[in-house]
Design a protein. Structure first.
Lengths: 338, 338
DNA sequence: TTGAAAGCGCTACCAC
DNA sequence: GTGGTAGCGCTTTCAA
């Protein structure tokens, strides 16, 4: 039997009325000029009875439940997702809110059902997240709700969105190599022509910085963003006589494939080739040697989005670009010669 | 403005009372012998007004909210966690329930606060999960609640728990090698003496099956369950003249380290050494060649736990051991000779 | 068969 | 300063 003690019980035990007990328990005793003596009695009674307000009853009156929902397309397929959920969880808890988590599985019908269920339970606000950065269309039920977009954008509605600063991340990746003396023979591995915003932005940032330094990419090895594809394509590149001084991989999984292709041919990182990557997933520290990677700041992004949702003032800026921290590890070493 | 339409509105439009409307909308029209004509009017009115019952108001009366909570120690550090969350999400949705997700961060104070918050919102039932199999102590607030344990056990209370069938998984891992002709030179890599139940059970299963076949492990290479440690310890083993025909790794991360140690020395999988592992994480398919692994059935476990919680009949069996599916890939090949 | 009315626990208005 | 009282939207008993 949880929450059996009611406000009424507290009032009775404090020998006062529900109203008075209510005011002191909601911290409005000063405002209502409740006698100090009364105040103490109420507080003591509440304590002794271990009173806890029934949030459902309160919500029925106030229409606020102190709950938010994280609606995401898919959580399990991407190991990265953990950061987003974790960040949202921690931030919500910090604001005294609880978090519903939902997965739409990219199914509009399921999505609509879930949004309905959430609304029926009077969720206060929504985090609408995508596992990879892209433009989304908000489900109809969310159009009139308080929403912050996480790792995605929309053109349908004026609502704040939080994304990684991929462009700057790209610049940083290139800068790491320039600072260690790499100028020629820098290859990009991945598929930058993809629909995926991240790829385009990262590539743009890389090229921008390289150009500013008076140099450019030696070329691109095309492959999907998965180890197997990178292993094969980069292996083919090497077998075809391709030679790289440094490689920028569009994510850690691609870097894993590159490592595999290299070691299978007796080449070493960073001895023969320096490697820089993006995401800073678990893989980055598991690879041998550990991989220098520009991190996807998932936790921080989620925290920012929650703050936008629950913070006091409505944000002036609609777009928040969260910096991608650079994690320097042993996969980069100074270029052989000047 | 969501949920603005009330039962009252529907009753008015259907030209009947709230009670009648209520009965037909909750499907108790037959039981209450509501006139077919009335029934139709109510249904039509509800449809036209897009009536949706306010679950908070309903909950205030019935004390059921159709929500469950997943309380977990930590979600972000283990990429595996995704499966558990995903499974719980899908199963809960299947039962028309929404899922609160909480992370206690192994902090008893935070855990207690969260349990309190959940109770204040009248969560119907709880999934108490651990990211690695172990014995847990339930927070006080959960002692009187409907709880199912996920990937953990407790001695404090009689409540159902769901764990992987690690013992059988161990037997299967050994069987895979026996069936491909491996009898001698089978090494275990990992730390089976750990506090972790999984390690002990897996090892026990392996030894059982090997013994039944009249053979035994050639030995154990001790290391923690992380790539780096496995890379170093297994590397040292090889450098010390150690030779293995096949290796059973206590998880995929260990297998990754073993792969790295092998390829760094020009040895190949499965050409020189066959490798079998546990967990079937993302890594297993990313490694080159893809790794044969005995899967941790996280989704299925979560689904089972939800069913125990929400299913009609109270489970007769308190303990559910979920089989670990074997994923055969290219890391095993027949032993060189008989 | 249908309808009036009470009440879940809380908030908030308005008298005293 | 304090205490009735009226709902929030729903369920459910009881009478008609």
């Amino acid at each position: 039997m949880p929450s059996r003690v009611t406000l009424q019980d507290v009032a009775v035990r404090a020998d006062t009325s529900r109203t008075t007990a209510h005011y002191v328990l909601t911290g409005r005793d000063r405002e209502m000029r409740i006698a100090e003596e009364t105040r103490r009695r109420v507080l003591r009674a509440a304590n002794e009875l271990r009173y806890r307000p029934d949030l459902m009853a309160r919500g029925l009156r106030t229409r606020v439940t102190r709950t938010i929902a994280l609606i995401t397309d898919t959580i399990a397929t991407e190991a990265y997702a953990g950061g987003l959920v974790h960040g949202a969880l921690a931030a919500a808890a910090g604001h005294g809110h609880l978090l519903f988590v939902c997965e739409t599985e990219e199914d509009p019908a399921l999505e609509e059902r879930l949004v309905g269920e959430l609304a029926d339970r009077h969720v206060d606000a929504y985090l609408y997240a995508s596992m990879f950065t892209r433009d989304v269309s908000l489900p109809a039920g969310l159009r009139t709700q308080r929403v912050a977009l996480l790792n995605c954008r929309t053109s349908q509605r004026k609502c704040p969105w939080v994304v990684p600063d991929e462009r700057r991340g790209g610049r940083d990746a290139a800068r790491i190599l320039l600072e260690t003396g790499h100028r020629e023979g820098i290859w990009l591995v991945g598929e930058p022509n993809e629909q995926v915003v991240a790829g385009l932005e990262r590539t743009a940032g890389i090229q921008e910085t390289l150009r500013a330094a008076g140099t450019a990419l030696a070329g691109t090895v095309h492959c999907t963003w998965w180890p197997e594809s990178a292993y094969e394509e980069f292996g083919a590149f090497l077998d075809g006589g391709g030679r790289a001084s440094a490689v920028i991989c569009l994510n850690d999984r691609v870097a894993m494939g590159v490592y595999q292709a290299l070691t299978a041919r007796g080449l070493s990182v960073p001895g023969d080739v320096s490697v820089v990557s993006f995401d800073d997933s678990d893989l980055a520290v598991w690879l041998q040697p550990p991989l220098t990677s520009v991190a996807l700041p998932h936790r921080e992004m989620a925290a920012r989005a929650v703050r936008l949702l629950l913070g006091r003032q409505t944000p002036t800026e609609l777009e928040v670009r969260v910096p991608m921290p650079v994690r320097l590890r042993e996969s980069v070493r100074p270029a052989a010669s000047a």
